[in-house]
Design a protein around this ligand. Structure first.
Ligand SMILES: NC(=O)c1ccc[n+]([C@@H]2O[C@H](COP(=O)([O-])OP(=O)(O)OC[C@H]3O[C@@H](n4cnc5c(N)ncnc54)[C@H](O)[C@@H]3O)[C@@H](O)[C@H]2O)c1
Length: 265
């Protein structure tokens, strides 16, 4: 019997594949048998594709801007040209802008963040859908910042809240197609985006404080998000649709709490 978690014979596009979560997802999906198109504007996408090939997997690479229609058309077409089909889209490329909410973010900054995180995600979905059929799966990277306040700046958090609704309304619009769409909402994960937070904490000797607000009391690894994405991409998640899966150590499951030993703990 085929293991439904496997992705053999499937073709996946991963945007933001040069580093962090996208890179981890690209590697894991390839390990599970998918052919992966690694897309990013950064050079690291080439390393990701090379790492997949060195491990015996199938990979393509496209360096382009995931926030433009032309860039998105280019990677979609390149995927079809190289692999002949499209089963999985992980729309993951993102930028954060300032991490602390400020009322003075300017319009250009707000525009740029929405353009990559929300409009770019929608454009990638729109470009992929005509080439997808029953059983295909789209996964968007949202964030706990899109669930409620406290985890990012205003433009970033609003963009990620938009992604969560984009997933819900697109699932609705896909009624009857058999194509699923879901999101993951990572908590704090050590990647290029958060390297300053981690470096700053290490410099101050406060690394042990990272992730202390969630019940698991630690930050997450890109590979832990990749596990959730690869699951949602697979037939093992065949009845999961329109959902946002928080992968955050329990952060969004709880109101703020003051850490102290619990009964029996
Ligand atoms: N790291 C976290 O704590 C965290 C938490 C929640 C959500 N996220 C989300 O995870 C996703 C991946 O981020 P990450 O944490 O792995 O950070 P990262 O900076 O390591 O990776 C993001 C990648 O996206 C690429 N990218 C950004 N804009 C692009 C564009 N216009 N065109 C092409 N490529 C572009 C970057 O070059 C980079 O390689 C993002 O959507 C981010 O918002 C991250």
């Amino acid at each position: 019997m085929t293991d439904p978690i496997r992705l053999d014979g499937k073709v996946a596009i991963v945007t933001g594949a040069a580093s962090g979560i996208g890179r981890a997802t690209a590697l894991l999906m390839a390990e599970r048998g998918a052919a992966v198109m690694a897309v990013d504007r950064a050079d690291g996408a080439i390393d990701t594709a090379n790492a997949i090939r060195s491990a015996g997997g199938q990979a393509g690479v496209m360096q382009t801007d995931c926030a433009t229609e032309s860039g998105i058309a280019a990677f979609t077409q390149a995927t079809l040209a190289q692999f002949g089909r499209l089963d999985i889209l992980h729309a993951n490329a993102g930028i954060s802008g300032p991490l602390v909410p400020s009322l003075s973010s300017d319009l250009a900054e707000f525009d740029a963040i929405l353009r990559v995180n929300l409009i770019g995600t929608w454009l990638a979905i729109r470009a992929a859908l005509p080439h997808m059929t029953h059983g295909a799966s789209i996964i968007c990277t949202a964030s706990v910042a899109g669930v409620r306040a406290g985890a990012g700046g205003i433009p970033y958090s609003a963009s990620k809240a938009g992604v969560i609704n984009l997933v819900q309304t697109t699932a609705r619009a896909l009624t009857g197609t058999g194509i699923r769409i879901n999101a993951v909402a990572p908590g704090l994960i050590e990647t290029g985006m958060t390297s300053m937070v981690y470096e700053d904490a290490r410099k101050r000797g406060r690394e042990a404080k990272i992730g202390q607000l969630n019940p698991l009391r630690r930050g997450g690894e890109p590979a832990e998000i990749a596990q959730a994405v690869a699951f949602l991409a697979s037939d093992a998640a065949s009845y999961i649709n329109g959902q946002t899966l928080a992968v955050d150590g329990g952060l969004t499951s709880s109101l703020p709490f003051s850490p102290r030993p619990v009964a029996g703990g």
